[in-house]
Design a binder for this molecule. Structure first.
Ligand code: UD1
Length: 418
């Protein structure tokens, strides 16, 4: 198990390029099972969620190889429709495999998915939508059994714009018989990316990025070579790091449109930001004002995956902030760790009340989930003195070489094996 040793208080300067989006790459892996032709996903980040998804495809009988940053997936020999519990518990995104496996084999067996420990994370919306497409579902001993003769297009309404359910419906509907119309769809940029990927394979989907998606089923899909959209959450993490530490950074790869609400909030803090094409420039004095209120919402609202990082920023800013977490009920588990560094935060249910304290001090803290872990790293970069951040396995799920990229911006951070 590795840890970071961080000597805080350095300003950040320089340029960093975002990796491909984790939340895009994972459904693209699932989508690759929909064709027997070869799929190449370029610029795939070496993060453990990706390795885990590769392992899931291999278990199904697909050939997955990594070369020069690309991943080659050949699922012509895929024969299994069962995903073992060890892998689905590691990675919640394995739930997308339901749509793909039903489309390919007419059957899927999958253990209840895992992922970050940030709340209940039910999958009722996924299962109800699949039922609408003609799937019979039963649950026994922690496994979900799905089968159908032929997926049939249908009209589906989602009560809540779930990202995963929207993607699952696209994966199940793309080769279904007839037309599927999804209302109440999630609008995240990664969903647009999945549409572009599938259409590049010969699918007929439109509307991604709006709340209504129309899918005209096609009999088969071709192979594809594709470069995914860049990771707005990783990019946002670097922008918040610079806001916290003070300095000037350029983050490349993500458009302002995909990070609109974060940029709005960082301007409210007092950061200077300008944007050009896929570059975002931020400068910060490091002495900022609190955001009065931030509520996490589905896109284009404030992303729950940046909630912990912006909370860290508010801990050292002037004034007070109310952070409301609307998506995942236990996503404040990192708060006691921030308190060890001197943060003043009170959590009541979905609300965190932050009182800005001006400065944090170094401490030993432990990551409990991916984004909460990133927030601890950011707080340590700002804190006075040395911090140790333990249990990096959570961070490794979603950030590739976080320490190297931060070091290139001037941070004092090293990774040590313990
Ligand atoms: C995806 C992202 C995750 C992000 C989240 C919200 C991936 C791999 N992960 O997760 O990083 O934090 O979107 O932007 O893309 N819900 C139900 N029933 C369901 C499905 C969801 O009640 O069947 C609820 C969840 O409990 C949660 C909310 O809907 O409160 C949002 O979940 P969802 O959008 O599905 O998130 P994920 O797809 O799991």
């Amino acid at each position: 198990m590795d840890k970071y040793i961080i000597d805080g208080g350095r300003r950040l300067h320089g340029s960093v390029r975002a990796q491909s989006a984790k939340n895009s790459v994972l459904p693209l892996f699932a989508a690759s099972v929909l064709t027997e032709k070869q799929v190449r996903i370029c610029e795939t980040p070496p993060i453990t969620d990706v390795f885990c998804m590769a392992q899931i495809l291999r278990e199904l009988g697909a050939d997955v190889s990594f070369e020069n940053g690309s991943v080659l997936i050949d699922s012509s020999d895929a024969h299994s429709h069962i995903i073992s519990s060890a892998l689905t518990r590691e990675l919640r995104s394995s739930v997308f495999m339901l749509g793909s496996l039903l489309s390919r084999f007419g059957r899927a067996v999958i253990a209840y998915p895992g992922g970050c420990d940030i709340g209940l994370r039910p999958i009722d919306l996924h299962l109800n939508a699949l039922k609408r497409l003609g799937v019979r579902i039963s649950e026994r001993e922690g496994y979900i059994y799905c089968e159908c003769e032929k997926l049939k297009g249908a009209e589906i309404v989602l009560d809540f714009p779930s990202v995963g359910a929207t993607e699952n419906i696209m994966l199940a509907g793309v080769k279904a018989e007839g037309r599927t119309v999804l209302q109440g769809a999630a609008k995240e940029p990664e969903i647009v990316d999945l549409q572009n990927f599938l259409n590049g394979m010969g699918a007929s989907i439109r509307g991604a990025g709006t709340d209504e998606i129309e899918i005209e089923g096609v009999p088969r899909l071709n192979g594809i070579e594709y470069t995914p959209v860049k990771d707005r959450i990783e990019a946002g993490t670097f922008l918040i790091a610079c806001a916290l530490c003070g300095g000037e950074v350029e983050v490349e790869g993500v458009t302002a449109e995909n990070l609109g609400m974060l940029l709005h909030k960082l301007r409210e803090n007092g950061c200077k930001i300008h944007t050009k094409n896929d570059k975002i420039y931020l400068s910060s004095t490091g002495r900022l004002k609190c955001n009065r209120r931030i509520e996490t919402m589905p896109f284009p609202g404030f992303p729950t995956d940046l909630q912990a990082q912006i909370t860290a920023l508010n801990t050292v800013s002037e004034g007070g902030a109310l952070i409301v977490e609307n998506l995942f009920e236990t996503r404040f588990k990192y708060v006691p760790e921030l308190r060890r560094m001197g943060a003043d935060i009170e959590v009541r249910g979905r609300n965190a009340f932050v009182r800005g304290v001006g400065s944090l001090h170094g401490a030993t803290v432990t990551c409990g989930d991916l984004r909460g872990g990133a927030a601890l790293v950011l707080a340590a970069l700002r804190a006075e003195g040395v911090s140790e951040v333990l249990d990096l396995s959570h961070i490794d799920r979603g950030y590739s070489d976080l320490e190297g990229k931060l070091r290139a911006l001037g941070a004092e951070i090293k990774r040590v094996r313990i």
